[in-house]
Design a protein. Sequence first.
Length: 159
Amino acid sequence: DEESPQPSSSSSAPLDSHYIGRREDIVRAGRVTRQLNGCRDVLVLHHQGQIYALDMRCYHAGGGLQHGDIEEFNGRLCIVCPWHKYKITLAEGEGMYQAVDNPTVRPLKTQWRSKGVKQRVHQVTELSGDVYVTLNTSPEDIESDRYQTDKYRTKPNTS
Ligand code: FES
């Protein structure tokens, strides 16, 4: 059952962490999605040697980030939501937007700015080639939380 992968060694995995899979398998797949704790859909992805975990559905309107391209904006790696092209930093979950420096100066010059954290990102731990994710349970509201309700959640695997 690929929904219940087993770590090769769980001796020192962080408390409350969820085993995702072997690093080599995640690198090969590029992206995997998992429902953790039976209630949170998380995208785990590999990019340029680094593994990231974040809420699977975009904070804007719930687009599936597992289908997004990864691009750099102003030196920050972002996933670009396939629905309306919002850019979200992989490491922090910040929404990025292009701000106009001075609207009276032509041609208009824009700069990438952050809207702050909009997408909940989760902690990734690697141990002996095993990858674990610890859910970020910080109490503040993060906009992507609203797409983790029953309405949007994939049905738990009951078989
Ligand atoms: Fe992601 Fe709109 S749903 S940009």
